[in-house]
Design a protein. Structure first.
Length: 202
């Protein structure tokens, strides 16, 4: 008797509730955009490149995956920050902090490495950026691991949790905009033909 009641209950649910639920769901896919809107993929897995610097040489390097993205607006400059995980999506791999920024309301984006890891091993990383904004200043807290392959433990390897700050300004006297990242001491001018890295090596 109990089995018959459960079976009837399931049958009622399948014949009445599921069709109602399907009728309420939109026919458009979840990723459909509203009319007049556009989509920009800032961090595209195994496709987006970043200016990777090692031993003084800068090359455009494809990133395996991005993690922990943040998007903030600072004095009219849109700034996106994330982990650039070069070889794998794992935490204990080669990782830098990448920044993309736009001074024209998202029409165009520039890319640079904001915080570079120590490059002492294939597990050197700055990881998991946390971002806050105060005025025109951006503060980024990251974990910095020199060579440890362990998750969240040092085991004698150097581990730091530095807070770095930078500025972002979009001023009328600079029509192309200026962004400074990393320590805030180096400035990137969008008018330059060859953008230079403005990152802080930890």
């Amino acid at each position: 008797m109990g089995r018959t009641v459960v079976g009837a209950s399931r049958m009622f649910w399948l014949t009445h509730f599921v069709p109602l639920l399907l009728a309420l769901c939109p026919n458009e896919p979840a990723h459909a955009l509203a009319p007049g809107s556009s989509r920009v993929e800032l961090f595209k897995r195994q496709n987006s490149t970043v200016p990777f610097e090692d031993k003084g040489k800068v090359t455009e390097r494809v990133v395996h995956s991005f993690r922990l993205p943040a998007l903030v607006n600072v004095d009219g400059v849109m700034v996106a920050i994330a982990d650039a995980r070069y070889d794998t999506s794992n935490d204990n791999s080669l990782i830098d902090t990448v920044v993309k920024y736009s001074v024209d309301d998202g029409e165009t984006w520039e890319t640079q490495i904001a915080i570079k890891n120590s490059r002492v091993s294939s597990a050197s990383r700055v990881v998991d950026p946390t971002v806050i904004v105060k005025g025109n200043k951006i503060y980024v807290l990251v974990g910095s691991y020199y060579s440890s392959r362990s998750y969240w433990t040092a085991h004698g390897a150097r581990v730091d949790c530095p807070v770095l700050s930078g500025e972002a300004r979009s001023q009328q006297c600079f029509p192309h905009g200026i962004v400074a990242v990393g320590t805030g001491l180096k400035v990137f001018d969008q008018r330059q033909q060859q953008p230079r890295l403005a990152g802080a090596q930890l």
